[in-house]
Design a protein around this ligand. Structure first.
Ligand SMILES: [Zn+2]
Length: 192
């Protein structure tokens, strides 16, 4: 087999490998300026979302996929300093570095949303268990899940386990005043 054939085979193998596992190459988007805040609910067709988002963002935000744990996005998250996290779908403010913590779970974790009105939850019965799904209230994008009572030393005992590709990060003074040991924001989620 010639060198070129080997190379072609290798490239082909790598392509098929990456096609059958969740894509792990997408980075969390980072910007210098906050995205323009949406003023109304954002409603788009499937084709419009597909055109706007990367493949992995589309799968996570629009089809509730889960990014690979401990991937490059998680490493990015761990290294990020102060800043604010916005929805990669619509630009709504979601989380702040003030409420960020390292749960060592492989996904970005927060103990509270920065702007509670932009984050909603609902029961999720997928995968044979009951979990609480976290969504962007503005565009309905899937962000992750929230878990309660795991014993992390945070003010709320909640872990918002969020897919990093669903977020846009803007470094700077952290916005969002929900945390800091205060009462958790009002939520429509019934406590269990
Ligand atoms: Zn959104």
């Amino acid at each position: 087999m010639g060198q070129l054939d080997c190379l072609t085979l290798l490239v082909g193998m790598m392509a098929s490998l990456s096609a059958c596992r969740p894509a792990a190459t997408t980075r969390m988007e980072a910007y210098r300026q906050p995205p323009p805040p949406p003023t109304n609910k954002v409603v788009k067709t499937d084709a419009e979302w597909r055109a706007q988002l990367s493949q992995e963002q589309y799968q996570v935000l629009r089809h509730a996929a889960t990014e690979r744990p401990f991937g490059p996005v998680y490493e990015q998250f761990r290294r990020q300093g102060q800043g604010t996290y916005y929805c990669a779908g619509c630009g709504a403010e979601l989380f702040s570095s003030n409420q960020k913590f390292d749960s060592h779970c492989g996904w970005p974790s927060f103990y509270d949303p920065a702007d509670a009105k932009n984050v909603i939850t609902r029961d999720d019965f997928a995968m044979g268990m009951v979990r609480t799904e976290v969504l962007c209230a503005v565009c309905g994008g899937h962000l992750g899940h929230v878990f309660k009572g795991e014993g992390f030393p945070t003010p709320t005992n909640l872990r918002y386990c969020i897919n990093g590709v669903a977020l846009k990060f803007v470094p700077g003074p952290a916005g969002g005043g929900a945390g800091g040991g205060q009462t958790p924001p009002k939520s429509d989620r019934s406590d269990r």
